[in-house]
Design a protein around this ligand. Sequence first.
Ligand code: PLP
Length: 402
Amino acid sequence: MSLNIEQLRADTPGTQAVIHFNNAGCSLPVKETIDIITEYLQLEATLGGYEVKNKYENIINEFYTEAGRLINAADDEIAIVSNASDGINKVLFSIPWEAGDVLLTTEVEYGNCYLNYLKLKEEKGIEVKIVPSDDDGNILLEKMEEMISPKVKLIAVTHIPTNSGLIMPAEEIGKITKKHNILYLLDACQSVGQIPVDVEKIQCDFLSTTSRKYLRGPRGMGFIYVRKEVLKRLTPATLDMVTAHWKDADNYDLDCSVKIFEQWEKSYALVLGFTKALSYLNNLGVENTWKRIQHLSTYLRSELEKIGGIEVTDVGKKKCGIVTFSVAGVDSEELVNALLQQGINLSASLRFSSVIDMDKRGLEGVARASIHYYNTEDEIDILVEKVEQIFAYAMSKKEIPN
Ligand SMILES: Cc1ncc(COP(=O)(O)O)c(C=O)c1O
């Protein structure tokens, strides 16, 4: 199916107001998503929050079907969480760790994930080991196999890092984890909604993602996938009445269901908005939207590479819609601010978000233009022109003698 870009942009009011290349931060929602959220909030205000929820129960439950449809999972393998980090932490702290267990991970982990690996190290006495990548960011799978021992309990992998354009070979890693019967957690925060993600093909046991980025849903939502077969090996870090049944002063029962990761209280307005965003994408087909993201990001990289003084800092054999670059003589945050003044949204990826990778590459910060399918070649041309102007301005300032 070919995408009707004009229609997609007409569905997205924000495209009329800004040039938005901060989709890896938070993308622009479609109007239907905003409408359903505001309508539902109005109903809560006029009918009562609990009463509306009971009436909308069936529609709310469509969330699980749409999320499952997108990643090829069953409805009862999906739980609603607050964001990708929340989902990852819920999984991490539900694994029965023993001192000496090993968590194997990658060089490109996001800060919120790695911090919690360190917390597990501190609290449970586990070891955190990093599988190296080559100088172009490609993970060394043969090293991963060499590092496997009976002590390895979890392999935790970032599918698409925040700061480098890379796509990790999630399926190849899945083959290794299955061969050695090791739990596999995929941080799919930047991948679900951007590239096709199929949990059966990848063979991960856990996946966590967020609503506001490539899925174009509202902020403050996410979901996790947990493979049914691994549920009985987990103990949630905290309990909630969704799945824990309080029997008496000393006892409770716990359901063995993915809902152990959900909380009873949540924003149903946002759940409905998130569902709309998911069904919009499912109807377009992520294979189609991914083709366009690839086309546009390849175009942006090639245009940036034509300009002297600009270095595209992306790595990896397979690249995604996140395009990172540095401009000689211009700090990445200054560049982002200068572009913002001109109605162009980008972001800066700074060292703290991915310390191991940034240190390895000797980077303090890079500018990040993250492309979505609703962006256009014209918008890219404007961005490249502005970046070139900012670079020229910085150079001329340097040449002016004091
Ligand atoms: C690769 C990656 N993982 C995890 C996260 C955390 O996502 P959230 O802010 O939804 O918790 C981010 C956020 O930017 C990310 O880029």
